[in-house]
Design a protein around this ligand. Structure first.
Ligand SMILES: N[C@@H](CCC(=O)N[C@@H](CS)C(=O)NCC(=O)O)C(=O)O
Length: 203
């Protein structure tokens, strides 16, 4: 399996999930500006959308969209309990959170990284993020993870997105439950090794 990624991008979520699952995979870095892989291959031939992440199976089939990829990864190793069983109500809760993180958090952070975004837009996005982060913080006041006591791929995705706060001056200190969550998930061996592999922390 190959994971196409860019350091620190949302592809870090499936990257961590693959390590938590204990699966074998190869990392292929993509230059998002030129849409070329590290070996010079045209990334648009692999994922026509041009963004990361993309998971390529050994038979060549590809899967894109972070929330779909992390569920695929989790389902390869059910014993690791990174996702509740398919068809269970808890599975829909997982999908609820993956969708929330994708549409309400991830895509609200994106304009803050974009130099072309107007200040007006950035301010509106910051206000909306403030509300949504508060909502997640309240959820994490009751339990260590989004689904309760068990870490799931939604927590991994949330951890990655929350990590962007530091780069766009979003202060998480008003939400101690979010900061505690970052410490809890960030301390895991799989997370540390993924961060090292992407060059985000020193060896
Ligand atoms: N809907 C996609 C969005 C992926 C996405 O936004 N990827 C960003 C990095 S976090 C990217 O590759 N941006 C570069 C580009 O769009 O050209 C998903 O959830 O996987």
């Amino acid at each position: 399996m190959k994971l196409y990624y860019s350091p620190g991008a949302c592809s870090l979520s499936p990257h961590i999930a693959l390590r938590e699952a204990g699966l074998n995979f190869e990392l292929v870095q993509v230059d998002l500006a030129s849409k070329k892989t590290a070996s010079g291959q045209d990334y648009l031939e692999i994922n026509p959308a041009g963004y990361v992440p993309c998971l390529q199976l050994d038979d060549g089939r590809t899967l894109t969209e972070g929330p779909a990829i992390v569920q695929y990864v989790a389902d390869q190793v059910p014993g690791k309990q990174l996702a509740p069983a398919n068809g269970s109500f808890e599975r829909y809760h997982l999908q609820q959170w993956l969708n929330f993180i994708s549409s309400e958090l991830h895509k609200s952070f994106s304009p803050l990284f974009n130099p072309a975004s107007s200040d007006e837009w950035k301010n509106a996005v910051r206000q909306s993020l403030n509300t949504r982060l508060g909502q997640v913080a309240r959820q994490l006041e009751h339990a260590p993870y989004l689904l309760g006591d068990q870490l799931s791929v939604a927590d991994i995705y949330l951890f990655v997105v929350l990590g962007w706060s530091a780069y766009v001056n979003i202060d998480l200190s008003p939400w101690p439950s979010l900061q505690a969550f970052q410490g809890r998930v960030g301390g895991r061996e799989a997370v540390q090794s993924a961060l090292r592999a992407e060059g985000l922390i020193k060896e």
